[in-house]
Design a protein. Sequence first.
Length: 224
Amino acid sequence: MLEENIGVMILRILIALILSGMIGFEREMNNHSAGFRTHILVGVGACLMMLLSLYGFRDFQNDVSIRFDPARIPSYVISGIGFLGAGTIIVYGGTIRGLTTAASIWAVAGLGLVIGNGMYDLAVFTTIVILLSLIFLNHFETNFVKREVLKTLEIKIDKNAEVNDIIALLETLQVMVLDIEIQKNRSNIQILSLRVKFSAKLNRTNVYQEVLKLDKVQSISDRA
């Protein structure tokens, strides 16, 4: 039985390789954590599991004591691929990176399953939709969607300066203060470490100049 279908199975694996590789190539070009090889391995692996589910147990179909369920293995693939996607997600402060790559890995696993089942037209159409979404919607977000930037501000102020005045000014300038830490050094200077969120459209230089205008503020600097 397997020998009769070996050509079909090889064809499906090759199609999975090509389509998942196209999506992986787009991720690779944009320097994401999971790129060309990862997507190929996920797509081909999922296709292989689907083929195993469809053809690997044909010899037992006529055995009434065995329940044949071709959907069981694919269901485990869909749920199990989550651990790989989670590995591409990075959380730093209030920023989450890698969600799109994790989603593309999950989608490629679905592509592999669909191709393994012989649904070529649906697989090709889905690949085109995914690629268009990754390429063109990324430019759309960059140009039109409001983005935010996280920074840590280090502000040196006199020991008797009012910290609340600085925070109030930042909020007036539409800078969101996420976290604050106050240190004092031997020269009686307070050092504020503020974790803040800027709108990408906001001119940070102007914000810093406004902060420096405050009485008893000595300097301000930032880091990512």
